[in-house]
Design a protein around this ligand. Structure first.
Ligand code: SAH
Ligand code: SF4
Length: 357
């Protein structure tokens, strides 16, 4: 904020907006009345992005179109509740409007977008089809989280909520806004960076900057590996030609991990392309060679229109998981969430189409 006022006034405002969740300048009683009146007269407004449309999955996942503050563009945010064993399906079609909707979860994950669209152009990703429309501001990134916390009635400090910066966009190509948003979420909203994970396709300069962030505000790091070697990775992720696997791993080594912290390697299983037993052996070797405390998150590819890949069979997924496990690599299978509403990994694209008709 800059309205010719001292800096600490800005803190009072962000305290009101993010901690007390005030949405009206008039109600920020920590500011003198005359100042509030002046701000209102000058057209200052506070608040957070509003949730426009809601899509509810059979499994309880909700996908939101969140209205940006700068222009008409909407961005996608996903809420994945846990603890209801997917029994929340009876809310399909209805929009209970958040508060008072009853609570069927005991913890949840918010998947946050950092850009509208993405410039990285991974061949298997639906978001890539949009190209990059624009960067989100720090307020828009943090605002998605605050909007979902509000809607779900989350009590920060009491409820277990994880954030994953794995929505639309490449966070490390919008680095300053992304990290400013994290800082807001930690310092003003009170969320722990140890419950946040940022995923990158491997933007080396971004990882190098990230490695210098203080532990108090640094989220955990996930790398979208997605391929067993450089040859396949360059096919799937053109960015690999600029920053191949070894360069990415070298940058990741600079991150000073907290006690028990691990690096996550995400690995999208594409039927016939990256899901073969020989690929599992290569991935295991690669992960071991990094020498990093690491785990692998497997994601069976989520389909999208006009993307020429296949979802691997459940058998192939299981065989791959076992093979990695047998090689001593900690491996987890990410359950697809919200596929029926295009909310799953790599499926966030409908935004712009939906909002422009
Ligand atoms: N741009 C960042 C973060 C968003 S993508 C990144 O790429 O890391 C989050 C994860 O979803 C990435 O690991 C990506 O590889 C994966 N993903 C993309 N498209 C997918 C799809 N169609 N099915 C499954 N996972 C996908
Ligand atoms: Fe961008 Fe990530 Fe999709 Fe690649 S996978 S195009 S980096 S959003």
């Amino acid at each position: 904020m800059s309205a010719g006022e001292p800096k600490w006034r800005g803190r009072q405002v962000s305290e009101a907006v993010y901690r007390q969740r005030i949405v009206d300048v008039e109600a920020i009683t920590t500011l003198p009345k005359a100042l509030r009146e002046r701000l209102i007269a000058e057209g200052w407004r506070v608040g957070r992005p509003t949730i426009g449309q809601v899509f509810t999955s059979r499994d309880g996942t909700e996908r939101y179109l969140v209205q940006g503050q700068v222009d008409g563009l909407t961005v996608e945010t996903v809420w994945m509740p846990e603890g209801d064993e997917g029994e929340a399906g009876d809310t399909v079609g209805a929009d209970p409007g958040g508060e008072g909707a009853g609570r069927s979860w005991d913890r949840g994950t918010i998947c946050v977008s950092s850009q509208v669209g993405c410039a990285v152009n991974c061949q298997f990703c639906l978001t890539a089809k949009l190209g990059l429309q624009r960067n989100l501001t720090a307020g828009e990134i943090a605002g998605q989280v605050v909007a979902v916390l509000d809607r779900q009635g989350v009590e920060v400090g009491k409820d277990r909520v994880n954030l994953v910066f794995m929505g639309m966009g490449e966070p490390f190509l919008n680095y300053d806004n992304f990290m400013l948003a994290v800082r807001l979420l930690v310092e003003e909203v009170g969320l722990s960076p140890q419950r946040m994970t940022v995923s990158t396709s491997g933007i080396v300069p971004g990882i190098e900057r990230f490695a210098k962030e203080p532990a108090e505000i640094r989220p955990k790091l996930a790398i979208s590996l997605n391929a067993p070697n450089d040859e396949v990775r360059s096919e799937l992720m053109p960015i690999n030609r600029k920053w191949p696997i070894e360069a990415v791993v070298d940058a990741v080594r600079r991150v000073r991990l907290r006690a028990k912290e691990r690096i996550t390697f995400e690995y999208v299983l594409l039927g016939g392309v990256t899901d073969q037993p020989k690929h599992a052996a290569e991935v295991a070797r690669l992960v071991r060679r990094t020498g990093l405390p690491a785990k692998v998150n497997l994601i069976a590819w989520n389909p999208g229109p006009e993307i020429p890949y296949a979802t691997p069979s459940a058998d192939a997924v299981e065989t791959f998981r076992r093979a990695l496990g047998a090689e001593g690599v900690p491996v987890y299978l990410r359950r697809p969430r919200g596929r029926d509403i295009y909310a799953a990994c790599g499926q966030l694209k409908r935004t712009v189409e939906d909002s422009t008709g």
